[in-house]
Ligand binder design. Structure first.
Ligand SMILES: Cc1cc2nc3c(=O)[nH]c(=O)nc-3n(C[C@H](O)[C@H](O)[C@H](O)COP(=O)(O)OP(=O)(O)OC[C@H]3O[C@@H](n4cnc5c(N)ncnc54)[C@H](O)[C@@H]3O)c2cc1C
Ligand code: FES
Length: 481
């Protein structure tokens, strides 16, 4: 399952793996939007930068995003307001600065950036109440939203919120170009170079499979942080969701729409080809769906019956992390260590916020502090609501851990890919026989029937059928048996 953006961008720059030890000021781990933005800002400031990417540029969530660069974000602002009302304006200002940076970069480099209204709509009475809460949060944050009784969708809705002047992009084209500009400014980029760990005090030694990087600072722009120091995995919930692209006769929608009720439905046209409709939704916690293939089928069936479209041009899936605090975590990995930095917890809103986070991390290294910086810290005193949310996320993780071991022990030996026996073994028809024990912290992986991967229901590590790491906090493959 490859995203429509990856299908479209065929002639992309490539970078060789790291083959020998190197030294630099800043090692950036991960070449999604966050890592690319940080690398460019640092390289342009004259800092020596090395980027280490486990797969290829934009192979992670950035390559599977729906690419809306918006300050109206579904029910996000009312969530932030509930958890941390004092940081609502700062969160919006951070997003605004990321949005302005993306728009200016696209304009100066010829990357398409379509200006569109963002629309959040409700289809239920509960959704209407959520819209009202969202409207109040937007107004408290100074956003000029308007109530729209008819947002022009081909199905009945119970009202919508509209914010003019937002944007939509092809995030693969954007990230490729940011990375190419970073290289032009002096950054060195290495693809297919997975970071396995970071050692040392003072200068840090970043270990990869073949060589090491000696760096003054390390930026972990890896989605969820790959180092367990800091325990961010316990303050994040990994969410997978799905998308599909369809050919249409003309633009099927004239704005970027998002439902506020479940199941989530996200709509936009493609960039620059407006005769392609991109539909997203059907999300769930990673590794906890009965069948991922059914989730894809459900989304495709909804799009076909709602818009009268044919077979999809592409279907794909991607993963992002919801923070238990309502706000993203951007800053130090540990409160006492100013050398290793993280950016995570975008809750499926990491375009504008992702660019802002990349700039914030670069600013931390360079000693520059944007006015909104305190709104998106990696460490802060948790609000009561944050603690309650973290407790419920971790209780569910505990249940999944026990369930995985028990169901492996009780499972029948059938032909379908599954986890069986004691110790639990992951068996698929084409792949090797693997240990089903996740190499992060011992969760039992589950078969993902849409992407043919082994997914961990605890913190979202994912492994290919041959056991190699795809994404998540794990850095080591599943063991062969
Ligand atoms: C389906 C979906 C739709 C979305 N739509 C929107 C949207 O419309 N608007 C919006 O604002 N946000 C959206 N988001 C969220 C947004 O796409 C993400 O928050 C953002 O792309 C995250 O960027 P990133 O750079 O942090 O992560 P990534 O793009 O995942 O980059 C992390 C990189 O780190 C690499 N990596 C990981 N571990 C290692 C390692 N050990 N060594 C080396 N490299 C490593 C990965 O391979 C990856 O390339 C969406 C998310 C999803 C899942
Ligand atoms: S991802 Fe943490 S145990 Fe698997």
């Amino acid at each position: 399952m490859q995203s429509w953006w990856h299908d479209r961008e065929t002639d992309r720059p490539t970078y060789a793996p790291l083959a020998e030890d190197v030294a630099c000021d800043v090692a950036v781990v991960g070449a999604g939007l966050v890592g690319a933005t940080a690398a460019l800002a640092l390289a342009r400031a004259g800092t020596s930068v090395v980027v280490l990417e486990g797969r290829t540029v934009a192979a992670g969530t950035t390559g599977g995003t729906t690419g809306k660069v918006s300050l109206l974000q579904g029910s996000r602002l009312s969530t932030v307001r509930r958890h941390h009302p004092e940081h609502l304006r700062g969160y919006v200002e951070a997003n605004r600065s990321g949005q302005e940076w993306i728009q200016a970069f696209c304009q100066s480099s010829g990357i398409p950036y379509d200006v569109r209204d963002a629309v959040t709509y409700a289809t239920t009475a509960r959704g209407e109440e959520q819209l009202t809460a969202e409207q109040e949060a937007c107004e408290a944050a100074g956003l000029a939203v308007v109530r729209d009784p008819d947002p022009g969708l081909p199905f009945p809705v119970r009202g919508a919120l509209r914010l003019a002047g937002q944007g939509q992009i092809d995030a693969v084209a954007l990230t490729d170009r940011i990375m190419a500009d970073a290289v032009e400014a002096g950054a060195r980029v290495f693809e297919r170079t997975r970071v396995l760990g970071v050692d040392g005090t003072g200068r840090r030694r970043v270990r990869t499979e073949r060589a090491t990087v000696d760096a003054r600072h390390v930026l972990l722009a890896t989605g969820t942080p790959i180092l367990d120091r800091g325990g961010f995995f316990a303050r994040l919930s990994p969410k997978r969701s799905y998308a599909a692209a369809f050919r249409t006769d003309g633009p099927a929608v004239d704005a970027m729409h998002l439902s506020i009720d479940a199941p989530t439905r996200s709509l936009r046209t493609s960039t620059p080809d407006e005769s392609v409709l991109v539909v997203g939704g059907s999300g769930h916690t990673t590794g906890r769906a009965r069948s991922e293939a059914l989730k894809v089928a459900d989304l495709v069936a909804w799009a076909r019956s709602t818009f009268g479209v044919g077979e999809p041009l592409a279907t794909w899936s991607a993963q992002d992390y919801s923070p238990t605090s309502g706000l993203p975590y951007v800053g130090r990995l540990l409160p006492t260590d100013g050398r290793i930095h993280v950016a995570t917890g975008f809750d499926k809103w990491g375009m504008a916020m992702g660019a802002a986070a990349g700039l914030a991390l670069a600013g931390d290294v360079l000693g520059e502090k944007p006015p909104w910086r305190d709104a998106v810290r990696s460490w802060r005193r948790p609000a009561l609501r944050d603690a309650a949310k973290a407790a419920s996320v971790n209780a569910a993780v505990g249940v999944e851990l026990g369930k995985g071991w028990v169901s492996a022990a009780m499972s029948r030996d059938d032909a379908a890919p599954s986890v069986r026996g004691v110790p639990p073994c992951a068996v698929s028809d084409d792949g090797p026989s693997l240990s089903a024990v996740c190499t992060h912290l011992g969760g039992i992986v589950e078969w993902n029937d849409a992407e043919r991967t082994w997914d961990c229901p605890l913190h979202g590590s994912r492994f290919a059928e041959d056991g190699t790491v795809v994404e998540g906090p794990a850095t080591r493959p599943l063991r062969r048996r």
